[in-house]
Design a protein around this ligand. Structure first.
Ligand code: ADP
Length: 329
């Protein structure tokens, strides 16, 4: 995950909850993709350190467990850069130019110049991140599937030149609901419409009070339609079944108003956030705990990365230190 700072409810249901479940079934690696952040935010790195800390604090708060999985920081492992470079030698330009998110982001992100070498190559860096751990599976949403497919193609091509080094990773598709923010668009840090895992109860209530609802329901006496209401989308994720039934029924008959409905939702979201914020507190008080977890995980990951790179260098025959001496080598 790119270190963008505090995490919101969309990140929780779209990524973290899935990772937490996977930790019980797979040997997992979770990493802070700080180099990836530079591919788009190279001009603004002032907040990087605090963003890393806030994000990993939220991982721990959400319940990711460093005893079950390895947490690390990408840039602390130069092996990732080395593998990226070697993979870049065998990755045709056309493959990168065809990645759907590449064109899409070039067109949509207008406030920064993304015509950069690093930005075009970021799926190759992602391939290095995945292949370094010889990953069997990568948990991603729909939008990232093409990147994992590209990783498989790069692995196949590398293996074709240098021998079978890398397994081809499978996609573990996460079918998470796309959570709306308070303005009805996708909840996102960049839209200023997010409810954060660290928001206190009164902030959650206040944000929900401004959230848009069924636009046709203008007066308290108007009957509403939950099917088109983003507040109801949040109910479906965070409320209990009886509350969902109640809101669904009583909105349609105008028995309850939007404010009542939002209060019920605020109660349920706050109940869900309570254990998260409780787990968050010790790390907020003592951020060194977060850095120590990252440090320990980074050293664990380094062992794997070093081992993979020894094998990769030998396969590419670019490992002179251990080359046999003698007339014919
Ligand atoms: P943001 O849009 O706030 O910058 P990111 O793009 O960094 O969020 O997303 C990190 C992870 O959280 C990704 O796996 C993404 O699929 C998931 N995610 C982000 N926003 C949402 C959302 N509104 N609903 C569901 N999942 C989301």
């Amino acid at each position: 995950m790119r270190p963008t700072g505090k995490l919101h409810l969309g990140n929780l249901v779209g990524a973290l909850q899935n990772w937490i479940e996977l930790e019980d079934h797979y040997e997992s690696f979770h990493f802070v993709a700080d180099w990836h952040m530079l591919t788009t935010d190279y001009a603004d790195t002032a907040e990087l350190r605090s963003n890393v800390q806030e994000m990993v604090t939220d991982w721990l708060a959400a319940g990711l467990d460093p005893a079950k999985a390895t947490f690390f920081i990408q840039s602390r492992l130069p092996e990732h850069a080395e593998l990226h470079l070697l993979l870049s030698m065998v990755t045709p330009l056309g493959w990168l130019e065809r990645v759907p998110s590449y064109k899409e982001q070039l067109e949509n992100i207008r406030d920064r110049d993304l015509h950069m070498y690093g930005f075009l190559g970021y799926p190759v860096l992602q391939a290095a991140d995945i292949l370094m751990y010889k990953a069997n599976a990568v948990p991603v949403g729909e939008d990232q599937v093409s990147h994992v497919e590209l990783t498989r193609e790069i692995a196949r091509r590398f293996n074709g030149f240098y021998g079978a080094v890398f397994p081809e990773p499978q996609v573990l598709l996460t079918r998470a609901p796309r959570l709306p923010g308070t303005d009805g668009r996708k909840m996102s840090k960049s839209y200023n419409n997010a409810i954060y895992l660290s928001d206190p109860p009164e902030v959650v209530s206040k944000k929900l009070a401004t959230m848009i609802t069924d636009p046709a329901r203008k007066r308290r006496t108007d009957k509403g339609n939950p099917d088109v209401c983003p507040v109801f989308d949040l109910h479906k994720v965070f409320s209990t079944a009886p509350h969902i039934d109640q809101v669904n029924r009583e909105c349609r008959t105008a028995e309850i108003g939007c404010l009542d409905c939002k209060q019920i939702l605020a109660g349920n979201i706050n109940k869900g956030l309570e254990p998260i914020q409780k787990r968050r507190r010790p790390y907020e008080r003592d951020p060194e705990k977060v850095w120590a977890i990252l440090e320990e995980g980074t050293e664990k990951a380094r062992k794997v990365a070093q081992e993979t790179m020894r094998e990769v260098r030998a396969a590419v025959k670019i490992d002179y230190s251990s080359a046999p001496t003698g007339a014919n080598g």
